[in-house]
Design a binder for this molecule. Structure first.
Ligand code: A3P
Length: 287
């Protein structure tokens, strides 16, 4: 069945949860509260992982909230039809999630002290993860081939728009006090240190046992065993779990198993072009 994406401000969004109205409401009318905490990502960059980490920090490492309440209720997707209601009735301080690019993020954010946590990932691993995700998720077009999918990624044609513009848009905030960015690669390399940095940013004091519990319960293995975040409970008409797993591999560098030499060269050329002038060094820039 062909997928009819919702288009808002020139960006395609999957139809299952989004509507022009929900996106326009999020952009123009949604009222950000000063004590909101936003988990923001381009798809496949570690959104659900960060949701687990942030809800565990909120619970001082006690896993019961994560184990009994769906991740989408713990951190509602406020720009979607279903998430908006949850966000509006969420008692402060709220934890909220989205994939929105900076230029269509709520206008009311500009004058607020709400905190943003922006997680990024090596775009080559993002595209591989996104490719498999689209195969199993029915509100995305089934990719024709990896070759074509990569081309669409590089030209910003995929749902949620261009990775490059997403990153450039959000990274403009990198010097703001209420903005914290972290990479998937840093989370993988040092989850404990990353959790400590996140706690510091959030002003949450967790003792060593609580930090260890966050690390343990946000591990790939623990998350796979937790139906509240593994996506296993999603109905088959949304996600066909016979075609793959949402928590697929959870590793860095899987792109090396997918890119040809020519694709890697084209990627590097376009990456350098599009990221020019962005004064930040990411872990994958060393590759
Ligand atoms: P892979 O498809 O490469 O395995 P998002 O939540 O933004 O959609 O990102 C999903 C990606 O994050 C998937 O990548 C998933 O496996 C990975 N991920 C989720 N939780 C993780 C964890 N605890 N450790 C490592 N990777 C994790």
């Amino acid at each position: 069945m062909p997928v009819h994406y919702v288009t808002y401000k020139g960006i395609k969004f999957p139809p299952a949860y989004n509507s022009v109205h929900s996106l326009s409401f999020a952009h123009n009318e949604f009222l950000v509260r000063d004590d909101d905490v936003f988990n923001i990502t381009y798809p496949k960059s570690g959104t659900v992982w960060m949701t687990e980490i942030l809800s565990l920090i909120r619970s001082h490492g006690h896993p019961s909230w994560n184990q009994t309440v769906l991740n989408s209720d713990r951190m509602p997707w406020f720009s979607t039809r279903l998430g908006l209601e949850a966000a509006l009735s969420y008692p402060s301080p709220r934890l909220l999630t989205c994939h929105l690019p900076r230029h269509i993020f709520p206008k009311s954010f500009s004058h607020s002290t709400a905190k943003v946590i922006y997680t990024l990932r090596d775009p080559r691993d993002v595209v591989v993860s996104y490719f498999y995700f689209c195969k199993m998720c029915n509100s995305y077009e089934d990719p024709v081939s990896f070759e074509q999918f990569l081309r669409d990624f590089l030209s910003g044609e995929l749902p949620h728009g261009s990775w490059f513009e997403h990153v450039r848009g959000w990274m403009q905030m990198k010097d703001r006090e209420n903005f914290f960015f972290i990479t998937y690669e840093e989370l993988k390399q040092d989850l404990q240190g990353s959790v400590r940095r996140l706690c510091h940013f959030l002003g949450q004091n967790l003792d060593d046992d609580a930090i260890s519990s966050v690390v343990q319960n946000a591990s790939f293995t623990a998350m796979r065993q937790n139906p509240m975040c593994s996506s296993i409970l999603l109905p088959a008409d949304i996600m066909d779990q016979t075609k793959g797993q949402f928590l697929r591999k959870g590793i860095c560098g899987d792109w090396k198993n997918h890119f040809t030499v020519a694709q890697s060269e084209t990627f590097n050329r376009i990456y350098l072009e599009k990221m020019q002038g962005l004064d930040v060094a990411f872990p994958w820039d060393r590759d």
